[in-house]
Design a protein around this ligand. Structure first.
Ligand SMILES: Nc1ncnc2c1ncn2[C@@H]1O[C@H](COP(=O)(O)OP(=O)(O)OP(=O)(O)O)[C@@H](O)[C@H]1O
Length: 306
């Protein structure tokens, strides 16, 4: 089921278009990673989805409905790009207050369960003014979980938190995913997105420039991937032809003792290479295909002119 569907969604500030005709579908149960450089338009896009900003044009559908149904806000949780808290309220008081505003029930047990999930249980009654930036971020995530929402929007859930806490939050997101929640998140931590997101979009100057699973993005962007093969010596008398054939499959071929390295531009050529070696009775001890990291894909995207 499509949890979020935008059709030609557009946001202009003055005469500046920040989100430019974005049509995007996010399915139920996805952890959807939304990437882009500072100012690409990610927060503006999320803020339209969560009702903080009104679109200039376009359509937003949620929960597989034709329009946003009544009470849709109770079904979502939001960590916005800027969370504000009341200095004199504790995390527990914040969550209860927030539940009242949202119109959902929050028992004491629910409250402690949420605070435990974000590792704030020991600080449940401390005033928020004494909180560090990272603790406030966790409180923001806790707020997003109030009311057990089906769809959770998290704008940079791990920025500004320490490494251990970031890993803890990533595990929390995985658990929520296992419970069937749909998560739509932005992050500048590409390693994190690579690890936990089931699908990724890269936004560039208000448009989606890449979209897919990590495998799909890698397949689309790895024009040249490196193949390294460890093999037995060539004994076949035709080894000259075999070498010529292999070299014709790609570029930058390097032959070393028992090691072959070549760059090819599609997976089929990896299969052809391996088959040629096997048919020539060359033993293969190992094959390693290096695919580009999300960072390389992202940097490649960003190096293209808009
Ligand atoms: N209320 C506003 N009025 C005018 N311009 C705005 C407003 N909100 C955002 N912008 C501009 O829109 C552009 C996109 O901002 P946005 O916050 O959506 O980017 P982002 O991709 O989330 O960036 P970051 O990674 O830094 O959070 C920026 O140039 C920003 O200055």
């Amino acid at each position: 089921m499509a949890m979020i569907e935008t059709i030609q969604l557009n946001k202009r500030f003055g005469n500046r278009t920040v989100v430019n005709d974005v049509s995007l579908t996010v399915h139920s149960g996805e952890i959807f990673g939304f990437l882009g450089r500072n100012g690409a338009g990610k927060s503006t896009f999320i803020n339209m989805l969560t009702g903080i900003l009104i679109p200039t044009a376009g359509t937003i559908r949620m929960f597989g409905e034709d329009a946003r149904t009544e009470g849709w806000k109770k079904r979502i949780g939001v960590l916005p790009d800027y969370s504000t808290f009341y200095d004199h309220l504790s995390p527990a008081e914040h969550l209860h207050y927030f539940a009242r505003v949202k119109g959902v029930t929050l028992t004491k047990e629910d409250c402690m369960r949420i605070l435990t999930a974000v590792e704030l249980e020991e600080h449940a009654s401390r005033k928020a003014k004494t909180f560090s930036f990272g603790m406030k971020k966790k409180l923001g995530i806790a707020q997003a979980l109030v009311g057990d929402p089906e769809l959770i929007f998290l704008d940079e859930p791990t920025s500004g938190v320490d490494v251990e806490s970031a890993l803890h939050i990533q595990n929390l997101l995985r658990k929520l995913h296992q419970q069937g929640k749909t998560i739509f998140m932005t992050s500048h931590n590409l390693n994190e997105v690579e690890k936990i997101c089931t699908r990724i979009a890269i936004m560039k100057s208000g448009k989606i420039s890449s979209l897919g699973t990590l495998d799909e993005l890698q397949a689309a962007h790895q024009a040249w991937r490196s193949v390294n093969v460890r093999h037995s010596p060539f004994t076949n008398e035709d080894s000259g032809n075999l070498r010529t054939f292999i070299e014709s499959l790609g570029r930058n071929t390097i032959w070393e003792d028992g090691r072959l390295s070549i760059q090819v531009d599609d997976d089929q050529k990896v299969a052809t290479l391996v088959r040629a070696l096997v048919q020539a009775r060359v033993d293969i001890y190992g094959v390693n295909v290096e695919v580009p990291s999300l960072e390389r894909i992202f940097m490649g995207e960003e190096s293209h002119d808009a």
